[in-house]
Design a protein around this ligand. Structure first.
Ligand code: C2E
Ligand code: MG
Ligand code: MG
Ligand code: MG
Length: 282
């Protein structure tokens, strides 16, 4: 019985794997064309100041309009892009879009808004990022402080020495640097010692259970206090409830991002939201 069961399991897994492999191949084949066909779009998720819920900026989150699958989220294609190398041209496209957005905001009296962009590991460790950034900042005459670059601990720790230099170079240009998904890596504290940064983003995984898990509440409160004593500011990710917001606010967390405030949305919608009279959540 054990043997036949094992066999059944094997067939089950191999069928599931074929589906996964098939999807992966399908996405990978199409991915290279997608950039040329303008199938990518930057969605924007507002970042709010917790004290008064004013929108102070946004995070740019990549979306793919796949001709058959519809809207595909980055968790499904960023890893493939990263492995296949497409992440380099894609990452350049993202930065270029971000610079264009910042320039258009300034032209329309929205010059106070900050835009955060995610960097991939390959982008951080390649040679193209800084020259591209210099070109974009100069070309659009941007205030570098309005461009924030987010890097995850795991990406940075792939080559700590190189990352240390990169982050220093980014900050030397006046750009802001944030650690994304803070607390999910294995080296959060060494990261704080090694790297010069401006902000940490507390991972959604800790924020989620603030109300139900006393350990998470303690970890979040201590992380905020630690960041502040190091002179860093804090953004909380994945804020979904008023109770989470109130907790974070009470702990002096500066900013929040999450479904409570708004979901990621197309740029035109984000701009419409800014024009609309402020609506009180909670
Ligand atoms: P991330 O940078 O940590 O982005 C935050 C993710 O949390 C986003 O998922 C966002 O939609 C989601 N989120 C925000 N608020 C809430 C909430 O209240 N509840 C829940 N459940 N989720 C929330 P998304 O857009 O699917 O992006 C996933 C990841 O893909 C990002 O995580 C980032 O690591 C990566 N990514 C997105 N855009 C880019 C990009 O342009 N370049 C690179 N290299 N990576 C990107
Ligand atoms: Mg991010
Ligand atoms: Mg994150
Ligand atoms: Mg993430």
């Amino acid at each position: 019985a054990a043997k036949s069961q094992g066999r059944g399991n094997f067939q089950f897994f191999s069928a599931a794997m074929n589906v996964a492999t098939h999807e992966r191949l399908m996405l990978e084949n199409r991915l290279w064309l997608a950039l040329e066909q303008h199938e990518f779009e930057l969605y924007l998720q507002p970042q709010v100041r917790l004290a008064d819920q004013a929108i102070i900026g946004a995070e740019a989150l990549l979306r793919w309009h796949h001709p058959e699958l519809g809207l595909v989220g980055p968790d499904r294609f960023i890893p493939i892009a990263e492995e296949s190398g497409l992440i380099l041209p894609l990452g350049e496209w993202v930065l270029q879009q971000a610079a264009t957005l910042l320039a258009s905001w300034r032209a329309r009296g929205l010059g106070h808004l900050r835009l955060a962009v995610n960097l991939s590991a390959r982008q951080c460790h390649g040679a193209g990022l800084l020259p591209q950034l210099d070109r974009l900042l100069a070309e659009h005459g941007l205030d570098p402080a309005l461009l924030e670059l987010e890097i995850t601990e795991s990406a940075a720790m792939q080559d700590p020495e190189r990352s240390r230099k990169l982050l220093r170079e980014l900050r030397a240009r006046g750009c802001k640097v944030a650690i994304d998904d803070f607390g999910t890596g294995y080296s959060s504290l060494s990261y704080l010692k090694l790297f010069e940064i401006d902000r940490i983003k507390i991972d959604r995984g800790f924020v989620k259970d603030i109300e139900s898990d006393p350990n998470d509440a303690v970890i979040v409160a201590a992380t905020i206090a630690l960041a502040h004593s190091l002179g860093l500011s804090v953004v909380a990710e994945g804020v979904e409830t008023a109770a989470q917001r109130d907790f974070l606010r009470a702990k002096q967390c500066e900013e929040g991002q999450g479904y409570l405030f708004a979901r990621p949305m197309p740029a035109v919608q984000f701009e419409a939201l800014l024009a609309a009279p402020a609506e009180q959540a909670g």
